[in-house]
Write a protein that binds this ligand. Sequence first.
Ligand SMILES: NC(=O)c1ccc[n+]([C@@H]2O[C@H](COP(=O)([O-])OP(=O)(O)OC[C@H]3O[C@@H](n4cnc5c(N)ncnc54)[C@H](OP(=O)(O)O)[C@@H]3O)[C@@H](O)[C@H]2O)c1
Length: 260
Amino acid sequence: MSKNLLITGASSGIGKAVALEFAKRDGSKNHLILVARNQTKLELVAEEARKLGAEVTTLTADLGKTAEIAKVFTALEKNFPTLDLVFNNAGLGFVKESYMLGDDEVEQIIDVNVKGMILVGKKAAAIMVKQGHGHIIFTSSLAGYVLLPKWSVYCASKWGITAFANVLRQEVLKFGVKVTTVHPGPVKTEFFDSNKANVDLSASEKSMPAIPVGDVSAAIYGIAYTDKKRIFCPPSLSVAAEAFRLFPKFMEKMFAKLVK
Ligand SMILES: NC(=O)c1ccc[n+]([C@@H]2O[C@H](COP(=O)([O-])OP(=O)(O)OC[C@H]3O[C@@H](n4cnc5c(N)ncnc54)[C@H](OP(=O)(O)O)[C@@H]3O)[C@@H](O)[C@H]2O)c1
């Protein structure tokens, strides 16, 4: 029987790459359930994944809205007997000083990156605890470990979701359910488009170059269904995260230099 994989934020970037990675590697062994707001972009990803052999269902939803998340789970419970893997990934960021952020921008980051991910995570966990297996993978960020000027609310969201995932892991372990957090540094995706986060990556390009999205999707495929607690992309960033914990003052200065 094929495995059912829910992937949020599947219309572009890391979510899209993960959908295509599972389609490419496993073909018809997976039924991919792809969620995002943009139906046209989701259908394009679905078409590509179907060509690679995967079965695909698309669900359009704004994951910043509680009622729309509930609808996604109603559809899941109605149509799929199991939920084997959830890539809880949809997210966004606006990058500017805290005092320059609009109230609506703060609200969007918190609604999608924190509230939305928590609701998806806990609803998926309820299904998986009942069925006695499953894996939930959360896209956090390097910003879930370090602090960067201009990224205050984004950092808060990613520290928050990392904390949630780490507690959830302890709660569901005894039911055979696994939880992993993924911590990428800069990745070449639409996240940095001028109509989205609008970040100039050139300041950090030398010390922390943006990696291709395929590196992240390959890493995520590699840890699916394992009990890996967290991964950094690239793996060398674990050193930066640990250094930040041990030498916060020094590392704060270093990271501040990376942000223009
Ligand atoms: N790129 C990086 O450097 C980087 C680094 C670390 C962590 N991350 C994290 O990686 C995740 C994916 O980002 P990405 O880089 O792939 O960016 P992206 O290309 O902009 O993709 C973001 C995805 O999230 C979806 N999304 C955003 N708001 C949504 C909402 N309200 N409801 C439903 N879906 C929503 C988007 O779909 P629609 O617009 O169609 O809704 C899109 O599919 C995010 O959690 C981000 O914080 C990214």
